[in-house]
Design a protein around this ligand. Structure first.
Ligand SMILES: NC(=O)c1ccc[n+]([C@@H]2O[C@H](COP(=O)([O-])OP(=O)(O)OC[C@H]3O[C@@H](n4cnc5c(N)ncnc54)[C@H](OP(=O)(O)O)[C@@H]3O)[C@@H](O)[C@H]2O)c1
Length: 328
């Protein structure tokens, strides 16, 4: 048996219920893992609210770290006793113990703690594919400006550090002066408080009127138009989240009028569709964390049973950096 967080219908944080679930043996391609820490992600709120609809009942959670307890047929990259961490479909990580597909589960290097592993897999692998694989047609060169929204959040603070390590000048946006300061402390070259400043105008000032080659936008509805206005010709808008709500349908003519722009709507799990691609991305993340160039900031910890409060705080923009759920 395991404690788990389940919803029986989509709705607010009050729908998150703690229940006991039975955990069986892993089938082919699966493992059983005992979690030591669980990661909290904004996507969990979309799955809870119904923005991303699921069949009910649903166990939530997409990220965790722990110890492999049992291995199903055909799994060769993990053994019983291995320390492991993952970002993975299907949801179900808000548990002590679970059976799950092994394809996205990676061995966790000894130098990386369970808490760090739980905090960084989904958010760090997202920063990885954004900065390394979601690129404008002209590519990114050292010294280039990029615009990254919600820069003081979980994905954001990792991206600030990683972009700096790559020699990029990340212009970060955030909703308060304190959060802007945090982004600067984590390597952003510039920070804009988009709750009181017009960020497209500020981006033009910072870039000498040129605009940026790429905008990484996880805020969505509220930032879309000004993100477009922050791009230089042939620039790329990568919309990878819906923090303020999804972007409504777009008139494609806008992209022509604003300078032959590109728009993409990527998701981590397209990039992690195979064992090989998952491991390659994880190796890159493990290396940058072990080098010290990227530190994983765990700014909030909640007990599993306090997950309702964790969701409230995340949606109320009260959190910074990464958040984990702890298990006794
Ligand atoms: N497509 C993918 O592959 C992928 C993978 C991982 C994450 N994501 C997306 O990346 C984003 C960041 O994820 P995360 O888990 O690291 O979360 P997070 O950045 O720690 O939290 C979300 C942040 O969004 C900002 N925000 C702006 N408008 C908001 C609003 N109306 N309501 C709530 N927040 C708002 C807030 O920062 P400010 O107060 O500074 O504005 C808030 O702290 C999310 O949108 C998530 O869905 C996408």
């Amino acid at each position: 048996m395991s404690k788990a967080i389940r919803i029986d219908r989509h709705g607010g944080p009050e729908e998150l219920k703690i229940v006991d679930v039975e955990v069986g043996e892993p089938g082919a391609g699966e493992i059983r893992i005992r979690h030591r820490a669980v990661g909290l992600n904004f996507i969990d709120t979309y799955q809870r609210s119904g923005l991303y609809p699921f069949k009910m009942p649903l166990l939530l959670g997409m990220e965790a770290a722990g110890v492999v307890e049992a291995v199903g047929e055909g799994v060769t990259h993990l053994q019983v006793g291995d320390r492991a961490a993952y970002a993975s479909q299907p949801p179900g990580a808000y548990t002590e113990l679970r059976v799950m597909p092994a394809v996205n589960v990676c061995k966790l290097p000894d130098a990386i703690s369970f808490e760090t592993g739980a905090a960084m897999m989904l958010k760090g692998l997202t920063a990885q594919y954004l900065l390394k694989k979601t690129l404008p047609v002209e590519g990114l060169q050292k010294g280039d400006f990029i615009l990254f929204h919600a820069a003081a959040g979980g994905v954001g603070l990792i991206a600030c550090q990683w972009a700096k390590a790559l020699g990029l000048q990340l212009i970060g946006t955030a909703g308060s002066d304190t959060k802007c300061q945090l982004a600067l402390e984590h390597g952003a070259a510039h920070a804009i408080n988009y709750s009181r400043e017009n960020f497209a105008e500020r981006v033009r000032e910072i870039t000498g009127g040129q605009g940026v080659k790429v905008v990484y936008d996880s805020v969505g509805k509220d930032t879309f138009e000004s993100s477009i206005d922050s791009l230089r010709p042939f620039g790329l808008l990568a919309i990878f989240g819906n923090g303020s709500g999804p972007v409504p349908p777009v008139d494609l003519g806008l992209l022509a009028r604003k300078g032959s722009l590109y728009v993409t709507r990527p998701t981590l799990f397209t990039h992690m569709s195979s064992r090989a691609s998952t491991q390659a991305m994880a190796d890159d993340l493990f290396a940058v964390v072990q080098s010290g160039a990227v530190e994983i900031p765990i700014d909030q910890r909640y007990k599993l049973e306090d997950v309702q409060q964790a969701h409230r705080d995340l949606e109320a923009r009260k959190t910074t950096g990464c958040t984990i759920l702890t298990l006794d």
